[in-house]
Design a protein. Structure first.
Length: 146
């Protein structure tokens, strides 16, 4: 029995420039509506039953349509696949690399507020935003051609 993955709800920290930039890029790419976004920092945010806000702020968390919780690398893997970027997480399919990613991600998450703005803009902001805008423009072109 396969548990439904989508729509996948992503719980993110909008106060973190790195997190906010990456979620914005996923939002731009979410043309099929496979992803839902919950800003854990938003006023009025209500935690789902059985989880705390602090837990959600520790690592990236996602909840599948079937109710399964995913965190860290596994959450990113399913999120990127939802927007046609499964290749981004392809290295996670190699056991040794996955182990390294699973070990490194909590360190990055703990230090995410320390990531310099230029790193975010260079690797996550400009390049991914440009790609997302191209994808959105392509969808518009495809729809207008019909």
């Amino acid at each position: 029995m396969t548990t439904a993955l989508y729509p996948l709800t992503l719980y993110y920290d909008s106060a973190c420039p790195l997190c906010d930039t990456e979620m914005h890029n996923l939002m731009l790419r979410n043309q099929a509506g496979q992803l839902r976004f919950e800003d854990v920092q938003a006023s009025g945010f209500a935690c789902p039953e059985g989880v705390t806000r602090d837990t959600l702020l520790t690592l990236m968390h996602a909840r599948t349509a079937g109710g399964q919780w995913l965190s860290g690398v596994a959450a990113f893997e399913v999120a990127y696949a939802a927007v046609g970027l499964a290749w981004v997480m392809a290295p996670a399919r190699i056991p040794l690399l996955r182990a390294g990613m699973n070990a490194l991600y909590p360190v990055v998450a703990r230090n995410r507020y320390r990531v310099p703005g230029w790193v975010i803009r260079t690797f996550f902001g400009k390049a991914l935003r440009r790609a997302a805008e191209r994808a959105a423009a392509q969808q518009c072109t495809d729809q207008c051609m019909r």
